[in-house]
Design a binder for this molecule. Sequence first.
Ligand code: SF4
Length: 334
Amino acid sequence: MEARFYQKKDDRKVQCQLCPDNCILSEGQRGACRVRKNINGILIAENYGLASAAHTDPIEKKPLYHFYPGKPILSLGTAGCNLHCVFCQNWEISQSTVDELTLYTLSPDDAVKKALQINGNIGIAYTYNEPVIWYEYVYDTAMLAHERGLKNVMVSNGYVHREPLEKIMPLIDAFSIDLKAFSETFYKKYTKSKLHPVLEALKIIRAYNKHLEITNLVIPGLNDREDEFRKMIGWIAEELGTESILHISRYFPAWKLHNPPTPTETLKRFYRLAKEKLSYVYLGNVATLETGQDTVCPQCGSTLIKRSGYYTEITGLDEKGNCKQCGKHVMDYV
Ligand code: SF4
């Protein structure tokens, strides 16, 4: 499949304009994402219609806590990523080319048919690896999914140019975006990308009024400075609003990074800091902690949704997403 968003250059070179890496590729070369390749002067999306995984997950696993809580969603992934995080939890698929993995063919039509067969399924999540670099397939599948009444969810690093993001926006109902740190140095050193475009993408998603939840993975020694965390919370509150939803997630050693897991004390401290400015803060990857699991009404303090692992029980919300106790509107999708 020919890729979208690229320019032809002299000497049969091409420049990809999908993400801020802006790779210039000679014939036969692949981009930094490993799945977009210059073949005879044409940029090809090699992973179109090739899936590495298709599982039914609880929506909480994305993580999305304010988007159809407790419902299942068909979750699809492929190969490749435009980031190279040393702590990647899914590095086997994200840092591979299509030749290095066993992938299976899943056309957009087949993906939608599969989604429709799952009992109670709300739609399709593009997840596990970075969906931006699966752009053409996500676009085509999301369009068919919408036609059949399904929802589309992107779980993304947010490292994408404005034009492709705005073009796909009408097809995506909810975004789960990783904000990996609030430091350009961190992004450059540990992910081989930049922070600024991610912040821009978050602002664009907010401006389009799409459902948005943010995840911040706290890694000891790398992004756990309190002053930096406070700055990030301040930016979220100011630019995206105090009702933004933030998941503070526990890190475990993965791929090239062997630092010890995040101490639960750090997570609880950051939870309290975030709650000073944001209404909805959760702790992830810590099923044993009671802090930061339930959804609580920020107005009257009633428990609205109880959670234990991926088990979800809606207790204090009505069918319109309002607190039964005080009437505050908490979420649009129940
Ligand atoms: S999507 Fe891939 S090929 Fe395109 S600019 Fe980004 S890393 Fe490079």
